[in-house]
Design a protein around this ligand. Sequence first.
Ligand SMILES: [Zn+2]
Length: 341
Amino acid sequence: MAVTELEKPSPCEDRGAAVPTFVRDDLYEERDTGGAGIAVFATSCIASGTRLFCEQPLIAVPGEATQLGVFRAVAALPGPDQQAYWELAACSKPSKDLEWITELRQSSGEDESFNALVEAHERAWSIYETNRFNMRFPNGDRKFGVFYKAARLNHSCSPNVFHRYNPLINRLTIHALRDIQPGEELNTSYIDICHPTATRRQILKDWGFKCQCSACESSDSQRDLLSKRIEDVMVKLRKREDKVKSRPHPWEAKEYSRSMALIEKGLRLMEEHGMSETDTSGYLLSLAATYGARTGRHAEATEWAEKLVDVEMKCLGDDSNEYRAAVELGRRISEGSWSPF
Ligand SMILES: [Zn+2]
């Protein structure tokens, strides 16, 4: 489609629930990069916070699903969706667990087509393992979903987009984490980007690939130091938070200022990292807001809550639980009705 036809935001493709937020799927394109397969590139300037993808899963299966469950979910798809699934990359290591083959043999009988059936199950599983995204639900349930368009996004430890499954609209949303220039590849991170390079390499190795993103290739010790310092701040804050939960007595000024110093340090480091996102910065901002409210500093707490609303809007949009919770937190703090208990 020509760019001129796409000046207006295009509404999400809708197959059910109403989607109040617009998605800009006209600002990027898929390209075949040869060795690295299909990747997604910006074709226009993309402003930080723009919603770029808003997509329903092709399949969604419980975390404990086996090869049989995944294959059944794929086989149940309508023809075009099934075809789309089989088009996706399959790069995972073969599974060592072979129990499912015995079960398949019992249910299907063994004839000359059995090997082909096993191969189809293995391919469905490999596509699932290569492309699945986490889907978390408010009641604590967890599934994994495969999303056709989002599956084209490659990983980077220095991502420029942020993905999250939004259970309120049953879609995976992807937002720009910062301003993106035309020609830049869109990359999301499959893991916590605050880990140092060696830790990230180990985690990604378990996933079956060696990351060659700019952060991993540049052996930048400054960056690693920054990641390490962020990780240290988060560990210290989580420990303090556990202590607060176990002894919910009123805070002394000293306790507040110690915690706030850590929070502000963490936020500063994230800013330096260029990675202000909901999981780390959002967590720090929500702590700052609640700590302020807990100690009667309502004006400061309201400011922190407003910053939290901005981060949730940027990463997740106004139709997310996180954004709504942030708005509600700000409202309760400014009305003086927030209570830690
Ligand atoms: Zn990397």
